[in-house]
Design a protein around this ligand. Structure first.
Ligand SMILES: C[S@@+](CC[C@H](N)C(=O)[O-])C[C@H]1O[C@@H](n2cnc3c(N)ncnc32)[C@H](O)[C@@H]1O
Length: 207
């Protein structure tokens, strides 16, 4: 049976790509992924299919059809494919092809490492594709750090939490563009998140 490789490529810097991920990507005839994922493999001269939020289903179906026709295809997922990555959408579409998942270092893991948080003692939450709801409130008083993959902007989360009565002086950390040259990690009060501009590429921790 034909196989599609789902490869976690880490948070963004080449240094965090595993040898296994590199090896499979190098030997694939077709690479599929976001622009920032594809840019990590310039030496692969095969076909590249760029994935974005708008063309996701179309490109995933095309990737599956390539696998069915015998091509070797690697689907690149930033971070780890199993945490707000492509594993969920591709599992729904995969039809009769086999999948093999190669794990990668998630932005959540790198965030925990940078802040020296043992993440077996943290709550991991993704708001990606869901938006923020009051579900998160129940976690904030259990004494553990809450590590959040935001839906879009961390400013919106800070505003939401303060509107729901969370102390504006509560300590949070924002880990932005992890592993890139312009990585920024700040520990600030919740209210100060509103005073700064952060990109969409952030992990937020509420202590
Ligand atoms: C579609 S999710 C993919 C998460 C990915 N599967 C993972 O395990 O890191 C994309 C979100 O992950 C976070 N993210 C991914 N890479 C990041 C990085 N290098 N630094 C900070 N946040 C990152 C951002 O919140 C971004 O909006």
């Amino acid at each position: 049976m034909s196989k599609l490789y789902i490869i976690g490529i880490g948070p963004g810097s080449k240094e965090y790509i595993t040898l296994k991920a590199q090896k499979i990507a190098d030997s694939s005839e077709v690479l599929v992924g976001s622009k920032r994922a594809l840019d990590l493999f310039p030496e692969n001269e095969g076909e590249k299919l760029e994935l974005d939020a708008q063309n996701m289903e179309k490109i995933l179906k095309l990737s599956i059809s390539y696998v069915s026709s015998g091509k070797s295809v690697a689907l690149l997922s930033t971070g780890d494919p199993g945490f707000s990555g492509v594993l969920r959408p591709i599992s729904k579409l995969k039809d009769d092809i086999e999948l093999e998942v190669i794990p990668g270092i998630s932005s959540i893991q790198l965030c925990a490492a940078k802040l020296q948080i043992p993440w077996d003692y943290a709550d991991l939450v993704t708001l990606h594709g869901k938006g923020i709801t009051t579900d998160i409130m129940g976690l904030l008083e259990n004494g553990k750090p809450t590590i959040i993959l935001p839906n879009f902007k961390v400013n919106e989360i800070a505003r939401f939490l303060m509107d729901k009565g969370v102390d504006s002086g509560r300590e949070v950390a924002i880990c932005e563009k992890l592993s890139y040259p312009d990585e920024r990690i700040v520990k600030i009060a919740l209210e100060d998140v509103l005073k700064e501009e952060f990109s969409y590429m952030c992990v937020m921790v509420i202590f």
